[in-house]
Design a protein around this ligand. Structure first.
Ligand SMILES: *Cc1c(COP(=O)(O)O)cnc(C)c1O
Length: 390
């Protein structure tokens, strides 16, 4: 065997995003014991930082030791027991995954299905909640498969009205657009590290409300997966001084998350969201100047995930191959019904910069030219620069 030397890539897909040198350096610091007092102090600081980041001062906030999907699985498996009714809004790939998990938990699953590219419709969700007593309403705040934002405040309020607990997928939203757990009154919110937080994948920050904690400790039967059982995990992450062994925390990965949170608060959480919005507007102006169009209407677009429609006659995969080979640039393909029909261009975390916008517009125009489709690249860069200078 030989040491693996990854190529240098520019990551503008649906995640992971570019990881900054300071976060990579933090990951390489010496490993210490997970019960070392110094490490426990780091754990406490991460808990506090996640509470601040999500505005969840009354929630238990911890990073689960696995990627974003683990947060999803933990939320579903802890809140749902066999026979419970769950209403799940599906407007893309990740809503569909939640419904699959809820079925595996033994719940009676009612999906509210939407066309891909549209936000969750609160009226249809309200109708589903009104049909029968419901334990959980689950939905995705930022659907990465389509680039759509849904109205989390309205949907969480609906859950409360119908005495259901809310589960909100904020994997792609956290750090890029406002995630305000307290204002929404959300019960369980989970995220990931490799989208707008720009740390490597492998951790899932999660926030659990008092009501959700009470529902979990009052379960009739044990949570079916041991690693993600909050009753057990909270004795490890929760205990002031009384921490007992549950699993070995991914120590160096937590150094990376910690450093990414330090960087985010140094820049300013609000400033980071403004940066995401501005780079998105610049990219959108450039993309439109190239003569391309977006899948999602402006009101519901995610700044951090831009879904661009592949023009007729253009080979979607060939464009991605071209930009990867010629520019070391990764952009994402469409999933499910959007396969072959869209590109998904991420502007997440450290990948949301003017440089990334210009690089992407240049590379995209060149890749289209390679297929005989001429686009005005200078106009596109000028359009993007105009937004950035404003
Ligand atoms: C990426 C993503 C996930 C899954 O996260 P992984 O880290 O890939 O497990 C879940 N939900 C949404 C909306 C995502 O974008």
């Amino acid at each position: 065997m030989q040491s693996f030397q990854p190529p240098h890539r520019v990551l503008m897909g649906p995640g992971p995003s570019d990881v900054s040198p300071r976060v990579l350096a933090a990951l390489a610091r010496p490993t210490i014991g997970h019960l070392d007092p110094e490490f426990q102090a780091l754990m406490e600081e991460i808990k506090g930082a996640l509470q601040r980041l999500m505005n969840a001062p009354d929630h238990a906030c911890i990073p689960l030791p696995a990627p974003g999907t683990a947060g999803m699985e933990a939320a579903i498996m802890n809140l749902l027991e066999p026979g419970d009714r769950a209403v799940i809004a599906v407007n893309g790939a990740f809503g569909g995954r939640m419904a699959d998990m809820a079925g595996r938990a033994g719940a009676t699953v009612v999906t509210v299905d939407h066309e891909w590219g549209k936000p969750v419709d609160p009226d249809r969700v309200a109708a589903a909640l009104a049909e029968a007593p419901t334990k959980v309403l689950a939905f995705v705040h930022a659907e990465t498969s389509t680039g759509v934002r849904s109205d989390a405040a309205t949907l969480c309020a609906l859950a409360k009205t119908h005495r259901a607990l809310s589960i909100v997928d904020c994997v792609t939203s956290l750090g890029g657009i406002p995630v305000d757990v307290a204002a929404w009154g959300a019960d369980v919110v989970y995220s990931g590290t490799q989208k707008c937080l720009s740390a490597p994948p492998g951790l899932s920050p999660i926030a659990i409300s008092k009501a959700a904690q009470a529902a979990i400790s009052g379960r009739k039967e044990k949570v079916r997966n041991w690693l993600l059982d909050f009753n057990l995990i909270m004795a490890y992450w929760g205990g002031e001084g009384g921490r007992t062994y549950h699993h070995t925390a991914p120590i160096n990965a937590l150094y990376g998350l910690h450093e990414s949170l330090v960087a985010l608060f140094e820049e300013g959480h609000q400033a980071a969201m403004v940066r995401h919005a501005r780079t998105h507007e610049a990219l959108a102006a450039g993309v439109e100047a190239l003569g391309l169009t977006f899948l999602v209407e402006p009101k519901w677009r995610l700044p951090q995930l831009n879904t661009v429609i592949v023009p007729d006659g253009v080979d979607e995969a060939a464009v991605r191959t071209h930009v990867l080979k010629a520019w070391d640039l990764e952009i994402g393909a469409g999933l499910g019904p959007l396969k072959g029909k869209v590109w998904r261009i991420g502007l997440m975390g450290a990948s949301a910069t003017p440089w990334h916008v210009r690089l992407c517009l240049t590379a995209l125009s060149e890749a289209l030219a390679a297929q005989g489709v001429q686009t005005p690249v200078a106009d596109a860069i000028a359009a993007a620069d105009k937004v950035l200078a404003a």
